[in-house]
Design a protein around this ligand. Structure first.
Ligand SMILES: Nc1ncnc2c1ncn2[C@@H]1O[C@H](COP(=O)(O)OP(=O)(O)OP(=O)(O)O)[C@@H](O)[C@H]1O
Length: 268
């Protein structure tokens, strides 16, 4: 697994400090969120619908502004990285261009950075190999299964060789077996490339299987209520799902999540 043993000494890669987000219609999506995330962590944001998970992720990516507080990524204000390639983002939907083949979809971020097709070829091929789609470069999205489309989406996020991968419920629409397989593939990418991953999910099982740390959020207003380190069990594989450690951890995280349902402030 990524080396987290030096966590206390190293500075945070992501520093979320006293962050609030209120939308124009008055909805308080996130209140007073403070969190430090170190290089190499695999952090899940887990919580009920509407607790601000996606909003928090988009603020880290700089896709949404904060209303108060501050987020820095690698020392730069969110969205103002010195190198725009530092972050890869994977959405719940694969959001591929239907008229373009797999190769062209994965090439897009590099094209937007001004790389010609020949300059980009090595990286596109590398990203396609990472997700096992080297032989599908010429296929169109309509010819692929949901799991394969999501792999293309992951390849497109990885093609810029980011250090930080942000994933917003990427596997929620997939069947259980495909989801489990993609969970393993994301863990393998994380370990092989020393990534830092923030993964938004509703699923206790998914968060416990993947993460070195689960941040449990509650709604109304959206906020962090538990921060649970889970560094055991790596490298995790199907056998880990059968261990007592895994089932006990799922129970513990599930209890924390359940607590968020009874702890709702109806004034927000
Ligand atoms: N653009 C927006 N304008 C107004 N309100 C918004 C906007 N985006 C999100 N919200 C509200 O902010 C709150 C948090 O939304 P967010 O999507 O971050 O939650 P979430 O935890 O990711 O939910 P889910 O798990 O259902 O995706 C919700 O009440 C949502 O309705």
């Amino acid at each position: 697994m990524n080396d987290l043993s030096n966590r206390p000494e190293t500075p945070d890669l992501i520093d979320i400090r006293d962050v609030d987000k209120t939308f124009g219609n008055g909805t308080v999506a996130v209140r007073d969120m403070s969190l430090g995330i170190k290089q190499g962590e695999f952090v899940s944001f887990l919580g009920p619908s509407g607790c601000g998970k996606s909003t928090a992720l988009k603020m880290i990516a700089g896709l949404l502004s904060v209303s108060g507080g501050k987020i820095t990524v690698n020392g730069h204000p969110a969205g103002q990285s010195s190198d725009g390639n530092d972050i890869g983002f994977v959405f719940q939907e694969a959001t591929l261009m239907p008229w373009a083949n797999v190769y062209e979809n994965v090439y897009l971020p590099l094209k937007l950075h001004g790389l010609s097709k020949s300059e980009a070829r090595e990286r596109v091929e590398e990203a396609l190999s990472m997700v096992g789609l080297a032989n599908f470069a010429k296929s169109y999205p309509r010819e692929l299964s949901g799991g394969m489309r999501m792999r293309v989406s992951i390849a497109r996020a990885m093609v810029t060789r980011p250090k930080l991968l942000l994933m917003d419920e990427p596997f929620a629409a997939l069947d259980e077996m495909t989801r489990a397989k993609l969970n393993d593939e994301v863990l393998a990418l994380w370990e092989k490339h020393g990534l830092t991953v923030i993964f938004v999910t509703h699923s206790v099982f998914e968060s416990v299987y993947l993460s070195s740390r689960v941040v449990v959020m509650a709604a109304r207003p959206g906020r962090v209520v538990h921060d649970i380190p889970l560094s055991g069990g790596y490298p995790r594989n199907a056998a880990y799902r059968m261990t007592t450690e895994y089932t006990e951890t799922c129970q513990r995280v599930s209890n924390a999540l359940e607590g968020t349902m009874t702890n709702v402030d109806l004034n927000h």
